[in-house]
Ligand binder design. Structure first.
Ligand code: AHM
Ligand code: MG
Length: 333
């Protein structure tokens, strides 16, 4: 099984899709190549003087890390030239990026968080790149409009992430289940290591930044409190785990089950996480793996963003754990 490369996997998918032109496969190929370049830089970050901040603050009001900028540039440079895209949106860029007319343009739109969890990088803890791929609606004029990009997560044609951890992994869904690939650095290829990933129906772990407790409203407190009192099937209390890098906390949840929560709070009334480049792609993966993703009151994938950097509360993971939270929010409606 570990002999199947991601390229072979993508070509198989292309063969099974009669209308495929190869544009989408080419897009994913270039995205994966960008991920390998980022992974290589991260592996050597402590040796290359690329740790720490740049001194700038990004569009999200967060301190920009040097590696944020490097990962963003790697993705923008390669993906603008891939021939499959008409537009891109990055967590690090305020505006929509339209592919320059000097490059061939395609039908797809790429949304990404170049380096999620980047405040962890100085302490050598997991970070990752999260991506979402949309198709441009038909019947458009030449210039891509913002309205064409502001699509609900349900419309994603693919989503995934590259996790730069003890191993570099690619987790991908093109709408036919979720598959995980591990980078073999010796051969420079991602090999299929986790076919058909499924989230257990109920987990044993809850993941949330409890430092925000005093700023939460009643339903958020009640939801977290519910997991304090929750027991696993063998009568043990739920464990608490919080890396502080969504991509890493989600990856654990995808494999082991449980729930990741980032509710809104008094300082972040819309929530912290970005709908288009963080919540929607992970919600797509969660649902494809048999799990659930909610903003407490409804399905993340049905949320229509009103702007590129719209934020949302997020509750994601095992079906039963996310339903428990939704029930609490419904009682407070
Ligand atoms: P980032 O994309 O700039 O790294 O910000 C998002 C991160 C998530 O990865 C993580 O889950 C969350 O912010 C942590 O926030 P907090 O430090 O408030 O717990
Ligand atoms: Mg992020």
């Amino acid at each position: 099984m570990a002999d199947i490369t991601v390229t072979e996997h993508l070509l198989l998918h292309q063969k099974r899709t009669p209308q495929a032109t190869g544009q989408f496969t080419g897009l994913l190929y270039d995205l994966i190549l960008s991920g390998k370049s980022i992974s290589r830089r991260i592996n050597k970050a402590g040796l290359l003087d690329i740790l720490g901040g740049t001194g700038e603050v990004n569009v999200q009001g967060e301190n920009v890390q040097k590696m944020d900028t490097i990962a963003n540039r790697i993705l923008l440079y390669r993906m603008e030239r891939c021939g499959a895209l008409c537009a891109m949106s990055s967590e690090e860029e305020a505006e929509l990026i339209r592919v320059s007319p000097e490059f061939p343009r395609g039908d797809y739109i790429l949304i990404f968080d170049p380096l999620d969890g980047s405040s962890n990088i100085d302490v050598n803890i997991n970070v990752g790149t999260i991506f979402s791929i949309l198709r441009r609606p038909e019947g458009h004029s030449d210039e891509v409009t913002l309205d064409e990009v502001l699509q609900p997560g349900l419309k994603q044609v693919a989503a995934g992430y590259m996790l730069y951890g003890p191993s570099t992994m690619l987790v991908l869904s093109t709408g036919q289940g979720v598959h995980g690939f591990t980078l073999d650095p010796g051969v420079g290829e991602f090999l299929l290591s986790h076919p058909n990933m499924c989230i257990p129906e109920q987990g044993q772990i809850y993941s949330v930044n409890e430092g925000n407790w005093k700023n939460w409203d009643a339903p958020a407190r009640e939801a977290v409190n519910w997991f304090h009192g929750c027991e696993t099937s063998d009568g043990k209390p739920y464990s608490s785990r919080y890396v502080g890098a969504l991509v890493a906390d989600f990856h654990r949840t995808l494999i082991n089950g449980g729930i990741y929560m980032y509710p809104s709070d008094a300082h972040k009334p819309q929530g912290k996480l970005r709908l288009m480049c963080e919540a929607a792609p992970l919600a797509f993966l969660a649902e494809q793996a048999g799990g659930k993703a909610s903003d407490g009151r409804g399905r993340i994938l049905e949320r229509v963003p009103d702007r590129l950097h719209a934020r949302t509360p997020l509750f994601i993971g095992s079906v039963k754990d996310v339903e428990a939270v939704e029930n609490i929010y419904a009682r407070h409606a």
